[in-house]
Design a protein around this ligand. Sequence first.
Ligand SMILES: [Zn+2]
Length: 289
Amino acid sequence: MPELPEVQTVVSDLNEKIKGDTIVDFWSGWPKAIKGKSLALFTKEIAERKILGARRIGKNIFIDLSGGKTLYLHLKMTGHLLVKVQNPKSKAEDYFADRVNQYIRHSWTLKTKNHKLKTIEFSDMRKFAKIVLDDTDRIAQLPEIEALGVDAMDPEFTWQKFDEILDKKKNAPIGILLMDQSLIAGIGNIYRSEILFEAGILPTRKAADIAREERKKLFRSIGKILRKAVKLRGTSDSDYRDTSGAPGGYQKVLQVYRKAGEKCQRCDTIIKRAVLGQRSVFYCPDCQK
Ligand SMILES: [Zn+2]
Protein backbone atom coordinates (compact mmCIF):
# COMPACT_ATOMS: atom_id res chain seq x y z
CA MET A 1 0.00 0.00 0.00
CA PRO A 2 1.28 3.50 -0.77
CA GLU A 3 2.50 5.20 2.41
CA LEU A 4 3.39 8.81 3.21
CA PRO A 5 6.36 9.14 0.77
CA GLU A 6 4.40 7.70 -2.16
CA VAL A 7 1.31 9.81 -1.41
CA GLN A 8 3.45 12.94 -0.98
CA THR A 9 5.01 12.25 -4.39
CA VAL A 10 1.52 12.05 -5.94
CA VAL A 11 0.40 15.27 -4.21
CA SER A 12 3.52 17.16 -5.35
CA ASP A 13 3.03 15.86 -8.90
CA LEU A 14 -0.63 16.94 -8.92
CA ASN A 15 0.26 20.44 -7.71
CA GLU A 16 2.82 20.70 -10.46
CA LYS A 17 0.70 19.21 -13.25
CA ILE A 18 -3.00 20.02 -12.77
CA LYS A 19 -3.32 23.06 -10.47
CA GLY A 20 -5.47 25.66 -12.19
CA ASP A 21 -7.03 23.23 -14.67
CA THR A 22 -10.80 22.75 -14.90
CA ILE A 23 -12.56 19.39 -14.74
CA VAL A 24 -14.83 18.98 -17.76
CA ASP A 25 -15.83 15.32 -17.61
CA PHE A 26 -15.58 12.14 -15.56
CA TRP A 27 -15.85 8.47 -16.46
CA SER A 28 -15.93 5.43 -14.20
CA GLY A 29 -15.92 1.74 -15.01
CA TRP A 30 -16.10 0.90 -11.30
CA PRO A 31 -18.67 3.28 -9.70
CA LYS A 32 -18.61 1.28 -6.43
CA ALA A 33 -15.43 3.18 -5.55
CA ILE A 34 -17.47 6.41 -5.35
CA LYS A 35 -18.83 6.74 -1.82
CA GLY A 36 -21.94 8.62 -0.72
CA LYS A 37 -23.43 9.48 -4.10
CA SER A 38 -24.39 8.05 -7.47
CA LEU A 39 -22.08 8.18 -10.45
CA ALA A 40 -24.52 10.56 -12.19
CA LEU A 41 -24.60 13.01 -9.27
CA PHE A 42 -20.81 12.77 -8.79
CA THR A 43 -20.22 13.51 -12.49
CA LYS A 44 -22.64 16.45 -12.41
CA GLU A 45 -21.22 17.96 -9.21
CA ILE A 46 -17.58 17.74 -10.24
CA ALA A 47 -18.03 19.23 -13.72
CA GLU A 48 -16.73 22.76 -14.40
CA ARG A 49 -14.80 22.95 -11.13
CA LYS A 50 -11.32 24.38 -11.10
CA ILE A 51 -8.52 22.51 -9.33
CA LEU A 52 -7.15 24.75 -6.58
CA GLY A 53 -4.50 22.37 -5.25
CA ALA A 54 -3.72 19.03 -3.68
CA ARG A 55 -2.70 18.19 -0.10
CA ARG A 56 -2.61 15.15 2.15
CA ILE A 57 -2.88 13.88 5.70
CA GLY A 58 -1.11 10.56 6.18
CA LYS A 59 -2.03 8.39 3.21
CA ASN A 60 -5.18 10.40 2.35
CA ILE A 61 -5.23 12.71 -0.70
CA PHE A 62 -7.39 15.84 -0.90
CA ILE A 63 -7.86 17.79 -4.11
CA ASP A 64 -9.50 21.13 -3.33
CA LEU A 65 -11.88 22.42 -5.99
CA SER A 66 -13.59 25.73 -6.65
CA GLY A 67 -16.99 26.31 -5.04
CA GLY A 68 -15.92 24.88 -1.66
CA LYS A 69 -15.75 21.24 -2.73
CA THR A 70 -12.99 18.70 -2.11
CA LEU A 71 -12.24 15.45 -3.85
CA TYR A 72 -10.94 12.93 -1.32
CA LEU A 73 -9.05 9.89 -2.62
CA HIS A 74 -7.53 6.91 -0.86
CA LEU A 75 -5.26 4.78 -3.04
CA LYS A 76 -5.54 1.71 -0.75
CA MET A 77 -3.57 -1.34 -2.00
CA THR A 78 -2.88 -0.81 -5.69
CA GLY A 79 -4.31 2.60 -6.63
CA HIS A 80 -2.25 5.23 -8.44
CA LEU A 81 -3.00 8.31 -10.51
CA LEU A 82 -1.66 8.92 -14.01
CA VAL A 83 -1.70 12.42 -15.48
CA LYS A 84 -1.69 12.33 -19.28
CA VAL A 85 -1.59 15.22 -21.72
CA GLN A 86 -3.07 15.15 -25.19
CA ASN A 87 -0.50 14.72 -27.98
CA PRO A 88 2.64 14.49 -25.84
CA LYS A 89 5.76 15.75 -27.60
CA SER A 90 8.27 13.63 -25.77
CA LYS A 91 8.63 9.93 -25.23
CA ALA A 92 8.54 10.48 -21.48
CA GLU A 93 5.15 8.81 -21.36
CA ASP A 94 6.39 5.34 -22.20
CA TYR A 95 5.84 4.17 -18.65
CA PHE A 96 2.10 4.25 -19.30
CA ALA A 97 2.50 1.08 -21.35
CA ASP A 98 3.58 -0.89 -18.27
CA ARG A 99 1.07 -3.51 -17.24
CA VAL A 100 0.81 -2.05 -13.73
CA ASN A 101 -0.60 1.16 -15.27
CA GLN A 102 -3.26 -0.55 -17.36
CA TYR A 103 -6.01 -1.03 -14.75
CA ILE A 104 -7.83 2.24 -15.43
CA ARG A 105 -11.05 2.33 -13.37
CA HIS A 106 -11.82 6.06 -13.45
CA SER A 107 -10.82 9.06 -15.51
CA TRP A 108 -11.21 12.82 -15.15
CA THR A 109 -10.91 14.96 -18.25
CA LEU A 110 -9.37 18.36 -17.61
CA LYS A 111 -9.08 21.51 -19.66
CA THR A 112 -6.12 23.84 -19.25
CA LYS A 113 -6.27 27.65 -19.48
CA ASN A 114 -5.05 27.27 -23.08
CA HIS A 115 -7.88 24.83 -23.87
CA LYS A 116 -5.63 21.80 -24.01
CA LEU A 117 -7.02 18.53 -22.75
CA LYS A 118 -5.49 16.34 -20.03
CA THR A 119 -6.69 13.33 -18.12
CA ILE A 120 -6.14 12.04 -14.62
CA GLU A 121 -6.53 8.30 -14.87
CA PHE A 122 -6.97 6.17 -11.78
CA SER A 123 -5.31 2.76 -12.21
CA ASP A 124 -6.36 0.30 -9.50
CA MET A 125 -5.86 -3.39 -10.12
CA ARG A 126 -7.43 -4.58 -6.86
CA LYS A 127 -10.32 -2.04 -6.94
CA PHE A 128 -10.05 -1.14 -3.25
CA ALA A 129 -9.47 2.58 -3.79
CA LYS A 130 -11.98 5.11 -2.51
CA ILE A 131 -13.35 8.33 -4.02
CA VAL A 132 -15.44 10.91 -2.14
CA LEU A 133 -16.69 14.33 -3.30
CA ASP A 134 -18.18 16.66 -0.69
CA ASP A 135 -17.99 20.12 0.86
CA THR A 136 -14.43 20.79 2.05
CA ASP A 137 -15.45 21.12 5.72
CA ARG A 138 -17.58 17.96 5.59
CA ILE A 139 -14.64 15.95 4.24
CA ALA A 140 -12.62 17.06 7.29
CA GLN A 141 -15.42 15.74 9.51
CA LEU A 142 -15.55 12.27 7.98
CA PRO A 143 -15.00 9.71 10.78
CA GLU A 144 -11.95 8.21 9.05
CA ILE A 145 -10.36 11.68 8.70
CA GLU A 146 -11.22 12.88 12.21
CA ALA A 147 -9.74 9.65 13.59
CA LEU A 148 -6.31 10.34 12.10
CA GLY A 149 -3.41 11.09 14.40
CA VAL A 150 -0.72 13.66 13.66
CA ASP A 151 0.88 13.39 10.22
CA ALA A 152 4.42 12.01 10.46
CA MET A 153 5.87 14.94 8.46
CA ASP A 154 3.71 17.70 9.93
CA PRO A 155 5.62 20.32 11.98
CA GLU A 156 3.21 19.43 14.81
CA PHE A 157 4.77 15.99 15.00
CA THR A 158 7.44 17.04 17.49
CA TRP A 159 9.72 14.99 19.74
CA GLN A 160 7.47 15.93 22.71
CA LYS A 161 4.39 14.73 20.84
CA PHE A 162 6.11 11.45 19.93
CA ASP A 163 7.24 10.93 23.54
CA GLU A 164 3.63 11.49 24.72
CA ILE A 165 2.30 8.95 22.21
CA LEU A 166 4.75 6.32 23.49
CA ASP A 167 3.81 7.11 27.09
CA LYS A 168 0.12 6.80 26.28
CA LYS A 169 0.54 3.41 24.54
CA LYS A 170 2.97 1.80 27.00
CA ASN A 171 2.09 -1.81 26.22
CA ALA A 172 1.98 -1.53 22.43
CA PRO A 173 4.82 -3.20 20.51
CA ILE A 174 6.62 -0.35 18.77
CA GLY A 175 6.23 -2.09 15.39
CA ILE A 176 2.44 -1.88 15.76
CA LEU A 177 2.37 1.60 17.31
CA LEU A 178 4.25 3.13 14.36
CA MET A 179 1.61 1.85 11.90
CA ASP A 180 -1.41 2.97 13.96
CA GLN A 181 -2.92 5.75 11.83
CA SER A 182 -4.91 7.07 14.81
CA LEU A 183 -1.61 7.89 16.56
CA ILE A 184 0.79 8.81 13.73
CA ALA A 185 -0.56 9.08 10.18
CA GLY A 186 1.50 8.03 7.18
CA ILE A 187 3.74 5.13 8.21
CA GLY A 188 2.84 1.65 6.96
CA ASN A 189 4.39 -1.73 6.52
CA ILE A 190 7.42 -0.79 4.43
CA TYR A 191 8.68 2.20 6.40
CA ARG A 192 8.09 0.79 9.90
CA SER A 193 10.67 -1.92 9.15
CA GLU A 194 13.12 0.59 7.65
CA ILE A 195 12.68 3.11 10.49
CA LEU A 196 13.17 0.49 13.22
CA PHE A 197 16.30 -0.84 11.49
CA GLU A 198 17.67 2.70 11.24
CA ALA A 199 16.96 3.23 14.95
CA GLY A 200 18.38 -0.16 15.99
CA ILE A 201 15.18 -1.18 17.80
CA LEU A 202 13.40 -4.54 17.57
CA PRO A 203 9.78 -4.24 16.35
CA THR A 204 8.42 -6.30 19.26
CA ARG A 205 9.76 -3.99 21.98
CA LYS A 206 7.02 -2.39 24.09
CA ALA A 207 6.86 1.40 24.03
CA ALA A 208 7.33 1.57 27.80
CA ASP A 209 10.62 -0.37 27.55
CA ILE A 210 12.20 2.03 25.08
CA ALA A 211 14.47 4.39 26.97
CA ARG A 212 14.59 8.13 26.38
CA GLU A 213 17.77 8.15 24.28
CA GLU A 214 16.41 5.32 22.10
CA ARG A 215 13.13 7.16 21.69
CA LYS A 216 15.03 10.21 20.51
CA LYS A 217 16.94 8.12 18.00
CA LEU A 218 13.70 6.54 16.81
CA PHE A 219 12.06 9.95 16.37
CA ARG A 220 15.05 11.15 14.31
CA SER A 221 14.92 7.92 12.27
CA ILE A 222 11.27 8.53 11.33
CA GLY A 223 12.15 11.94 9.91
CA LYS A 224 15.32 10.72 8.23
CA ILE A 225 13.76 7.70 6.49
CA LEU A 226 10.60 9.52 5.39
CA ARG A 227 12.53 12.53 4.02
CA LYS A 228 14.86 10.24 2.10
CA ALA A 229 11.92 8.25 0.72
CA VAL A 230 10.13 11.43 -0.40
CA LYS A 231 13.33 12.56 -2.11
CA LEU A 232 13.55 9.22 -3.95
CA ARG A 233 9.83 9.45 -4.89
CA GLY A 234 8.72 6.46 -2.83
CA THR A 235 9.05 2.69 -2.98
CA SER A 236 7.76 0.65 -5.91
CA ASP A 237 8.11 -2.86 -4.54
CA SER A 238 4.85 -3.77 -6.27
CA ASP A 239 2.12 -1.60 -7.83
CA TYR A 240 2.93 1.93 -6.77
CA ARG A 241 3.83 4.35 -9.61
CA ASP A 242 4.04 8.15 -9.78
CA THR A 243 1.75 10.28 -11.98
CA SER A 244 4.02 9.65 -14.99
CA GLY A 245 3.61 5.92 -14.43
CA ALA A 246 7.25 5.72 -13.33
CA PRO A 247 8.45 3.69 -10.35
CA GLY A 248 9.97 5.32 -7.28
CA GLY A 249 13.58 4.83 -6.25
CA TYR A 250 13.51 3.77 -2.62
CA GLN A 251 13.22 0.02 -3.35
CA LYS A 252 16.88 0.25 -4.43
CA VAL A 253 18.00 1.40 -0.98
CA LEU A 254 15.77 -0.73 1.26
CA GLN A 255 17.78 -2.23 4.11
CA VAL A 256 15.46 -4.89 5.55
CA TYR A 257 11.99 -4.75 4.02
CA ARG A 258 11.30 -7.99 2.10
CA LYS A 259 14.93 -9.07 2.60
CA ALA A 260 14.37 -12.09 4.87
CA GLY A 261 17.13 -14.66 4.30
CA GLU A 262 19.55 -12.05 2.91
CA LYS A 263 22.58 -10.72 4.75
CA CYS A 264 22.30 -7.47 6.69
CA GLN A 265 24.34 -4.82 4.85
CA ARG A 266 25.77 -3.58 8.15
CA CYS A 267 26.72 -6.78 9.97
CA ASP A 268 26.20 -9.79 7.65
CA THR A 269 23.65 -11.41 10.01
CA ILE A 270 20.69 -13.01 8.17
CA ILE A 271 17.65 -10.72 8.14
CA LYS A 272 14.50 -12.18 9.68
CA ARG A 273 10.79 -11.84 9.05
CA ALA A 274 8.05 -11.95 11.68
CA VAL A 275 4.33 -11.20 11.63
CA LEU A 276 3.29 -8.20 13.68
CA GLY A 277 -0.09 -6.50 13.41
CA GLN A 278 -1.06 -9.07 10.76
CA ARG A 279 1.67 -7.85 8.44
CA SER A 280 5.23 -8.93 7.85
CA VAL A 281 7.94 -7.03 9.62
CA PHE A 282 11.63 -7.41 8.76
CA TYR A 283 14.60 -6.87 11.06
CA CYS A 284 18.25 -7.67 11.74
CA PRO A 285 18.47 -9.69 14.97
CA ASP A 286 21.97 -8.33 15.58
CA CYS A 287 21.72 -4.62 14.67
CA GLN A 288 18.34 -4.24 16.40
CA LYS A 289 18.00 -4.68 20.18
ZN1 LIG B 1 22.69 -6.18 11.05
